[in-house]
Design a protein around this ligand. Structure first.
Ligand code: SF4
Ligand code: SF4
Length: 355
């Protein structure tokens, strides 16, 4: 299911744009119908704060639940095991089966930066896209065919971080050593473990909490009507759950409030330091259209005796920015210029110095 969502998400179009895509040439993020510009750094900070708290909350309380159940890497490895058999006993020809899967993963990753239709058009026509695709394809293939779960235990930075965040009540999967005498030593738990752990030997930092060993053991122990030997251990409801969960919720609310309070259009104005005759000033402006509708706007000033010289009927395409300059002439004494944009129900007035 997760693989279908990750592959299908770039095809979901909201307000004429991909639901989730970072556009590298313009440095803007299309995020489920809204647009985030790189200059809106406060949103990136708020999102980073939320993510850090969320990761801390999930890891401290639920342990490696992300690794075992949600991580795209785990999903991909499970998928490759379904297609090409388990990592341990894979034959060379089975590794070849992973080549098309790796290509699909590589192209899906590109779709999060280049729209799918454009990717298909430019894949073998533009050297940059082609090079990215081939390098990604190769890396994904090497990872799926040769590194496998070794990535989780030796490279993944989140995996390293978990050892620091865990406390003695974090949810983990542990073998019940107090019942060791009744364990059948059938090693079904070891055979199914995707990272090759023998859980009977105690907790291991390589365990991804996938719970496969519990299910395998249960098939053996249910014949004797006893609970499986490996099982979840830890406490979910405790003071940390509330304060960490509360802080994460507050960060999420703050992020949503910031996103919702963003104006649909932004207008930036600065006076240029150009040597011009007295009474004449030049201004640079940028209009950011954060919405999915084309805007037709009029640039004007309410100041007396002011004339605008230059194009002041403006069209701003959806999800884009328009940069321009305008000359302003004043016949009277003017200290501050008030320049505004209006149209499509929008009125924004900015103030700038006038010399
Ligand atoms: S599967 Fe269960 S019974 Fe078999 S060795 Fe593992 S812990 Fe013991
Ligand atoms: S020890 Fe159990 S829970 Fe941990 S990775 Fe192996 S099978 Fe999954």
């Amino acid at each position: 299911m997760q693989a279908v969502i990750l592959t299908g998400l770039p095809f979901l179009v909201i307000n004429g744009q991909s639901a989730l895509r970072f556009d590298i040439p313009t440095l803007k993020l299309h995020f489920f119908g809204s647009l985030i510009w790189m200059r809106e750094f406060y949103l990136i900070l708020a999102a980073s704060l939320f993510l850090l708290l969320f990761i801390g909350f999930v890891t401290i309380i639920f342990g490696r639940v992300w690794c075992g159940w949600l991580c795209p890497q785990t999903v991909l490895l499970d998928l490759s095991e379904n297609i090409a058999g388990g990592e341990k006993n894979r034959k060379p020809f089975q590794k070849l089966i992973l080549i098309p899967l790796s290509a699909l993963v590589a192209i899906t990753m590109i779709w999060y930066f280049v729209p799918p239709a454009e990717t298909f058009r430019t894949l073998f026509a533009e050297p940059t896209v082609t090079a990215f695709f081939i390098v990604l394809w190769l890396l994904v293939y090497l990872e799926l065919a040769f590194l496998g779960r070794g990535f989780c235990t030796s490279i993944c930075p989140y995996s390293m971080l978990q050892n620091v965040l865990f406390d003695k009540e974090t949810l983990v999967i542990e073998y019940d050593a107090t019942r060791d005498a009744t364990c059948m030593k059938c090693d079904a738990c070891v055979e199914v473990c995707p990272v090759g752990i023998d859980i009977k030997k105690g907790l291991s930092s390589a365990c991804i909490a996938c719970a496969e060993c519990i299910d395998a053991c249960r098939t053996m122990t249910k014949k004797k009507n006893i609970p499986p030997f490996p099982n979840y251990k830890g406490r979910i409801i405790r003071p940390k759950t509330f304060w960490l969960g509360g802080a994460t919720t507050l960060a999420a609310i703050a992020l949503i409030a910031l996103l919702l309070s963003r104006p649909p259009v932004d207008f930036l104005l600065i006076r240029d330091n150009a040597s011009l005759p007295p009474g004449l000033n030049r201004y640079s402006f940028t209009i950011h259209n954060n919405g999915g509708d084309k805007l037709t706007l009029e640039l004007s000033s309410s100041d007396t005796g002011v004339t605008l010289i230059g194009e002041h009927s403006l069209t701003v395409e959806p999800f884009s920015a328009l940069h321009g300059t305008i000359l302003v002439k004043s016949t009277g004494k003017l200290e501050k210029l008030h320049l505004g944009i209006s149209g499509n129900g929008i009125v924004i007035i900015r103030e700038a110095g006038f010399l």
